[in-house]
Design a protein around this ligand. Structure first.
Ligand code: SF4
Ligand code: SF4
Length: 410
């Protein structure tokens, strides 16, 4: 006998009335599977995975990030609306990602949010710069988190502080040792951005992870920005050079039995002549992120910001000619909530705002995927590039890997 949507919903409502949150999540999951299989555009299931931006402020100014020059001028804490929206969905939700544009451990809502997740039996994942780790956090963290990604783009005081401006390597490594003690290494991973100037440290970062007892390292793609003017440093312009260093790091990771995740476009065969040429070109790139450069960008930003001409690049729901099958996990089962309480498909789809879970935009995105067309805003998506989406298959097209600009100045 086949189970229909109405049967599952009736069971789900009973579980909800009994506050059986684990039962609600299980039934919501079954409903999601059924509705995605049926290619439904209107979903009765609720999001299983939610990403919430607890704060868009950060206590660092890393050189590849817009916090480098924004200094929290665009930052905010999550509003009551955002937190209420989150709480209303927690009974159905299995996993919450506590990340947005800022550093979640500095959010005034962080502890309150962990308690809320505990109440509704929800697990969490977070990415943090780990510059702050209080005793209260240490008490709650092991019970709530499934995974903690730790931003780490250097392996020593010199390399770390060169990239993570405003943070101290000593504090970071002390907190890392404390965190490994508190929750074991199984849930921890280091997260590093692939920059042409620093990819040569990839093996050193693997070695650092090994020494710290970390068993997973993720190298993600760099978001280029015409504002930071790092277009010429887009790693996809130096594929052989980047692949060479990442492959060396991967060999070391295998030796240390560290799981290393890295963009699949660098798993290519290396062309030795191109490698020499690219190595020469990279050597000529000046590491520009000194105080003078930062001050220049800061002044420029303040001007555009005061004129109201600074913002994220607007996205539309245009199709690409990149074929895909299945559906993105986020479109099928996920939701992103920013500090204001605005909802989007995922953290990469700003401006494709959802008025609600079944609004016109939400249905249009679902339809694009069900029709086998990859939306334009999904090009260079870190989840596709790192092969981390379970429900989506994409044609390996070079256009997929080219970095999109993220900041616009009108
Ligand atoms: S820690 Fe993360 S959010 Fe903060 S400045 Fe660095 S990259 Fe940006
Ligand atoms: S493929 Fe990436 S960018 Fe597109 S909806 Fe999914 S998570 Fe967002």
């Amino acid at each position: 006998m086949s189970v229909c949507t109405e049967d599952i919903m009736s069971e789900l409502n009973k579980a909800f009335a009994n506050k059986d949150w684990l039962g609600v999540k299980k039934l919501n999951s079954e409903l999601a599977e059924l509705e995605v299989r049926n290619k439904a555009l209107v979903f009765n299931h609720k999001p299983e995975v939610i990403q919430i931006e607890l704060t868009s402020k950060c206590n660092a100014q890393c050189v590849m990030c817009s916090h480098y020059y924004e200094f929290n001028d665009c930052g905010a804490e999550a509003s009551d609306i955002a937190l209420k929206e989150l709480e209303s969905l927690l009974p159905y939700c299995k996993l919450v990602l506590l990340n947005g544009y800022g550093e979640p451990f500095i959010s005034k809502h962080f502890i309150q949010c962990l308690r809320l997740l505990n109440k509704y039996c929800v697990k969490a994942i977070v990415t943090t710069n780990l510059s702050i780790l209080t005793d209260e956090m240490c008490e709650l963290i092991p019970g709530v988190f499934d995974e903690i990604n730790i931003s780490c783009n250097g392996y020593s005081k010199d390399t770390y502080e060169k990239i993570h401006r405003g943070l101290r390597f000593d504090t970071f490594s002390n907190n890392l040792t404390k965190l490994v003690d508190v929750c074991g290494s199984a849930k921890l991973s280091l997260s590093c951005v692939v920059m042409v100037e620093t990819v040569k440290w990839a093996s050193d970062i693997i070695r650092f992870a090994y020494e710290q007892g970390i068993r997973k390292v993720r190298f993600g793609r760099l978001g280029v920005s015409s504002f930071i003017r790092n277009y010429d440093q887009d790693p996809t312009n130096f594929p052989n050079y980047v692949a060479y260093h990442l492959k060396a790091a991967k060999m070391l990771a295998d030796e240390y039995q560290i799981e290393m995740i890295y963009p699949e476009n660098y798993r290519m065969n290396i062309d030795q002549d191109a490698l020499k040429d690219e190595t020469r070109k990279v050597a000529a790139i000046k590491f520009r992120y000194d105080e003078k450069y930062q001050a220049e960008l800061r002044d420029e930003f303040k001007l555009y910001h005061s004129q109201g001409t600074y913002g994220s690049v607007e996205q539309k729901l245009d199709s690409t000619d990149i074929a895909c099958s299945g559906i993105c996990d986020w479109v099928a089962k996920g939701l992103y909530i920013d500090t204001i309480g605005n909802m989007y498909t995922c953290c990469e789809s700003k401006y494709l705002k959802y008025d609600n879970w079944n609004c016109r935009n939400a249905q249009s995105v679902r339809k694009e995927f069900f029709d086998g067309r990859l939306p334009d805003f999904c090009k260079n998506c870190p989840f596709i590039i790192n092969n981390e989406l379970k429900m989506l298959k994409c044609e390996k097209n070079p256009a997929l890997y080219k970095a999109n600009d993220v900041i616009s100045v009108i």
